[in-house]
Design a protein around this ligand. Structure first.
Ligand code: CP
Length: 344
């Protein structure tokens, strides 16, 4: 069997995109579904990041469009609110010339009780080549996957508290880009430390990042109040801290999570002011980390709660804007790779 990636066979690769060295790699990309970071191979992660790097220049062109996905249909199926993820998948598809449709759940027949199976049938009949789904309940993308034929690509854009794989991939891309490091991920992440701060218990972003970064041997700490960062996380081989000053010591990266305000109503945190005092990241506190530490936040941010406004906007530390622009590049890479995969 030829080890050359199946993508090579397509005529949809724009001549002015330098994807040839990537598609000729000694690794065959066959994945059609991205539901979790758990089962991603290291080679797949490397390929996604390399592809994203090539595609990242498209949005900087005067004409932000290449014909790569011309004639392909991408359907955004968002059952839960989103600013960044939905619009970046939409733009990613459009930059690559796909026809992108956003299903508005609030006005669709889902409100009339349509089942997931019937929704899947609708997507098939409409000729979807790729479906991007976000749902408030964990596991729904996995259920949808069982109702879709293998030729349709499927991406989990966040399911309940379970996973948000494209976010973790864009976070990793952003971390690597920020250092200018060109080594393979194994060497880049070895001896690097990340501290993930906040509501880890309910965070799909934290989970997807933990499963992804662990593959490459990164030193991972999680930190927050015990109600949001239970001791049980240590069984995954990561360090659990309940004191932020201790946790961020020697960190290369700090990922601040959105405090889900509704947790306060459930009594999981005493008050926003106290949370900020104990776990809010600011210029004073960040001095305890490495000198060149970088800060990530998946958004949306509660400024003045989990992170100070000044730090969030400080280009010496903050990668937050970069995460947004890199999100489009990584999602272009995902649509491209998944749609053209052979699906073996
Ligand atoms: N990071 C993230 O998932 O943001 P949205 O909820 O705005 O998509």
């Amino acid at each position: 069997m030829s080890k050359e990636i199946e993508l090579k066979k397509t005529s949809h690769i724009s001549e002015d995109l330098n994807l040839e060295p990537i598609i000729k790699k000694d690794f065959a990309w066959t994945r059609k579904k991205l539901l979790s970071t758990k089962d991603l191979l290291k080679e797949e992660v490397e390929l996604i990041l390399e592809t994203a790097k090539v595609l990242s220049e498209i949005p900087t062109r005067p004409v932000k469009k290449v014909p790569t996905l011309r004639g392909k249909v991408v359907i955004n199926l968002f059952y839960e609110n989103s600013t960044r993820t939905r619009s970046s998948f939409e733009l990613a598809g459009k930059y690559l010339s796909a026809d992108v449709t956003n299903f508005s759940i609030s006005t669709s027949s889902v409100k009339k009780g349509e089942t997931l199976q019937d929704t899947a049938q609708t997507l098939i009949q409409m000729g979807a080549d790729a479906v991007v789904i976000r749902h408030q309940d964990s596991g729904i993308p996995f259920q949808l996957s069982e109702h879709l034929p293998p030729h349709i690509a499927l991406i989990n854009a966040g399911d309940g508290t379970n996973e948000h794989p494209s976010q973790a991939l864009l976070d990793l891309y952003t971390m690597k880009e920020s250092t200018g490091n060109d080594e393979p991920l194994d060497s880049f992440l070895k001896n690097k430390k990340i501290t993930i701060v906040g509501d880890v218990l309910h965070s799909r972003v934290a989970r997807s990042n933990i499963w992804l970064l662990q593959k490459f041997g990164m030193d991972i700490s999680v930190c927050g109040p015990p109600t949001l960062v239970p001791e049980e996380f240590s069984k995954f081989g990561i360090k659990v801290h309940w004191n932020l000053n201790d946790a961020i010591k020697d960190s290369d990266f700090i990922m601040v999570l959105r405090l889900q305000i509704e947790r306060q109503e459930k009594g999981l945190i005493p008050s926003l002011a106290e949370y900020n005092k104990l776990f809010g990241l600011n210029h004073e506190r960040i001095k305890l980390a490495k000198k060149d530490v970088k800060v990530l936040h998946p958004g949306p941010m509660n400024r003045g709660v989990e992170i100070s406004s000044e730090l969030a906007d400080d280009p010496n530390y903050s990668l937050i804007n970069k995460q947004v622009s890199n999100g489009v590049a990584v999602r272009m890479a995902l649509l491209y790779l998944l749609i053209f995969a052979s699906g073996k």
